[in-house]
Design a binder for this molecule. Structure first.
Ligand code: AMP
Length: 420
């Protein structure tokens, strides 16, 4: 720690070797999306505040308590994005992407911002990989996304991941369920704040983690008992495709998640080795979202996988980070002239696709060789004054200790051959 600046509250610096783990997580998730034909999309880090207010839901915690909202110098209300889906749908509508072949499949890899109370696994700046499929109401798309995410976790070596699955119904059957739940909740003894939530957004009460509330919910009506025939058939098909794909899941009829836009399929991946913040990813179907933000009817389904928590899950399962990137050749120049020649050789090697580094600073042979060893390079390329005069460099195999002179002319080709 210094007396000076520190990373802001709720944020952290991602340093090696954990940064390697984080990159591996992102790569596995991106690979999964790409393997399903999803294409990369990038939207701005900030959007009009209204997009999230309308798209995420006015009464959600994200919107009421957690947004980084400010007026810019032009007097516009701007919000740092707290989630990705509303912005992706906004971009798809704005650019008419859904006029072509459907579904439009997109993925993103980006930082998000929520003013949450920081704790282990909960940050104000965090990273998500997201995937969205827009324009199709086919349950196979829901299943595809879930399978891709489950396979990404498995590819990372994670074994303690549980998939929770639910259906929230649609605009036909959800209102009746909402009313039934509201009826039930009005009859139990709740604190004023929760009573208010019963009126504004009763489904969110199911999400309340307090044990006393959970106890009161024991006999609450379940959404899965209120699904219309179409929603039931849709949900059954998703469940069946998951089973056929060998993806295990647990039916969780109380799963609601914090954003308002979900319809039908809803899912969450939790890791059993993490504490309170056990959700490592989640998503669902959001058939009404486009209309909520002023677009045409455009069904969609997607997920967002949390990179930070997946890194924590990997640490909890003691999965080692991948090895650091290594160079193949480490040049050790001895003397001023040798230094310039070594610099050029290293540059040539890199341009030819060979990873190379150089002993910088005025170090003696011993110090420079230690640096070469630490670099993990296969070869040290030692350049003394006498070698230079002879037009050679000494190529030392750092695994066997063998050393031989190699002509400077054609050195790149020689080294490349040896590395093969
Ligand atoms: P959500 O957008 O809330 O559905 O979140 C999707 C995933 O992002 C969660 O399962 C978490 O893994 C991750 N996530 C959400 N909020 C945070 C946060 N404040 N800090 C770290 N990860 C988060």
């Amino acid at each position: 720690m210094t007396d000076g600046f520190q990373a802001p509250k709720g944020t952290y610096d991602l340093l090696p070797p954990d940064s390697r783990l984080a990159l591996a997580v992102r790569t596995a998730m991106i690979d999964a999306a790409r393997s399903g034909g999803y294409e990369y999309i990038e939207t701005p880090v900030f959007e009009d505040t209204d997009l999230f207010a309308r798209g995420v839901g006015e009464s959600t915690d994200v919107v009421t308590k957690e947004m980084y909202t400010f007026d810019d110098r032009g007097g516009r209300s701007i919000t740092l994005r707290p989630e990705g889906t509303a912005a992706v749908v906004r971009a798809v509508i704005e650019h008419g992407l859904a006029r072509g072949q459907l579904p439009v499949k997109l993925y993103y890899s980006a930082p998000f911002f929520r003013y949450e109370r920081p704790q282990a696994g909960r940050y104000r700046h965090f990273w998500q990989i997201g995937a969205e499929a827009l324009g199709t109401e086919d349950p196979a798309v829901d299943a595809e996304l879930i399978v891709l995410a489950a396979d990404a976790y498995r590819a990372l070596g994670l074994t303690k991941v549980r998939l929770l699955l639910n259906s929230l119904g649609c605009r036909e059957c959800r209102p009746a369920y909402r009313a039934a739940l509201q009826d039930y909740l009005r009859g139990v003894d709740l604190d004023p704040a929760t009573r208010q939530r019963v009126e504004a957004n009763p489904l969110r009460v199911l999400d309340d983690r307090r044990p006393e509330i959970q106890a009161l919910l024991a006999d609450a009506p379940l959404v899965t008992d209120h699904l219309c025939a179409a929603c039931k058939a849709f949900h059954e098909e998703v469940r069946r495709l998951l089973t056929d794909s060998g993806v295990e899941f647990v039916d969780e009829p109380r799963l609601v998640r914090g954003l308002d836009y979900y319809t039908r399929t809803l899912f969450e991946f939790v890791h059993t080795g993490l504490g309170a913040q056990s959700a490592i990813g989640g998503g669902g179907r959001y058939d009404g979202l486009s209309e909520m933000i002023g677009g045409p009817p455009l069904p969609g389904v997607g997920w967002a996988l949390g990179v930070d928590r997946t890194v924590l899950a990997m640490r909890a399962e003691k999965i080692a980070p991948p090895p650091a990137a290594r160079v193949d050749v480490f040049a050790v120049p001895l003397g001023e002239d040798a230094r310039r020649t070594a610099f050029l050789l290293v540059t040539e090697l890199r341009r030819a696709g060979v990873g190379a580094d150089l002993g910088y600073g005025q170090r003696g042979l011993k110090g420079a060789m230690r640096a070469a060893d630490r670099s993990g390079a296969r070869y040290a390329l030692i350049l003394g004054e006498r070698d230079l005069a002879d037009g050679v460099a000494q190529l030392k195999d750092l695994t066997t200790g063998d050393q031989e002179p190699v002509a400077l002319a054609g050195l790149v080709g020689t080294v490349k051959e040896k590395l093969q």
